[in-house]
Design a protein around this ligand. Structure first.
Ligand SMILES: Nc1ncnc2c1ncn2[C@@H]1O[C@H](COP(=O)(O)OP(=O)(O)O)[C@@H](O)[C@H]1O
Ligand SMILES: [Mg+2]
Length: 233
């Protein structure tokens, strides 16, 4: 579904990602793990078109994404939920969703609300509440719900568990498994390696812009080096 070959990317003259190869198959959750500064967000920003690839190719369902702008990439079904939620605190829950579903007409839009509210009933209850008054966990749900509004086929998630209490982390990861059950494909960036490995099919480990390791999540979770370096035991 998504195929990245020999990807080089960075900021201004600073090369951050060095020849990354990665693929995501339909229906998978694929994790990208690595410590702070490894280049995980840079990778997602390059896939979603915020950053332009310097070299290499990003292909989604056979189509080259390299030269498309972020809006065109969303139209192809690739939607990023950025790190740090970025919801609009002064807008209501419903208005936050509306902004993410702007491309739809009235009838389709109401279908999108229904679909998103089925996934997150708590957001329906809080439809008229201002985004900024939601709890941290609810704000993360709103961020995920916004990601669903454009009807993605591939969701790019940047650290959805960051800053949440353990119970909410569990809830968010359960939600991601439900997304997969409903047919969504997910590329999940996480520092919470253990939780990410537990729900993902495969994983890649990034270290200072290089791919250090890749494999089935079930193999990586029991790998001695992965345990020592990334799972803290
Ligand atoms: N806007 C930016 N301009 C310049 N360098 C950046 C920018 N954003 C991130 N970087 C650098 O790119 C590297 C990778 O960052 P990032 O992709 O955010 O890592 P991660 O998401 O894995 O924590 C870091 O060295 C960081 O300092
Ligand atoms: Mg990051």
């Amino acid at each position: 579904m998504l195929k990245i070959e020999a990807l080089v990317s960075g900021y201004a003259h600073l090369e951050i990602l060095h020849s990354i190869n990665l693929k995501v198959e339909k229906g998978e959750i694929v994790s990208v793990l690595g410590s702070n500064g490894a280049g995980k967000s840079t990778l997602l920003r390059t896939i979603s078109g915020i950053l332009k690839p310097w070299k290499g190719t990003i292909t989604f369902e056979g189509k080259l994404l390299n030269d498309l702008d972020p809006i065109q990439i969303v139209k192809h079904g690739v939607v990023q939920v950025p790190e740090g939620r970025h919801i609009f605190p002064g807008l209501t829950v419903k208005e936050n969703l509306l902004l993410a579903g702007y491309k739809f007409g009235k009838i389709e839009l109401s279908e999108r609300y229904d679909s998103v509210y089925t996934m997150f009933p708590v957001l329906k209850e809080r439809e008229k509440q201002l985004g900024g008054t939601l709890s941290g966990g609810e704000q993360q749900m709103l961020a995920l719900a916004r990601g669903l509004m454009p009807k993605p086929t591939l969701l790019l998630l940047d650290e959805p568990s960051l800053g949440l209490a353990p119970k909410l982390v569990t809830l968010i990861f359960k939600t991601l498994e439900r997304f997969r059950d409903e047919g969504l494909t997910i590329l999940l960036v996480e520092q919470n390696a253990k939780r990410a490995l537990e729900i993902s099919n495969r994983a890649y480990i990034l270290a200072t812009g290089y791919l250090a390791l890749e494999g089935n999540s079930s193999d990586l979770i029991s790998d001695q080096n992965v345990k020592r370096l990334y799972l803290g035991r």
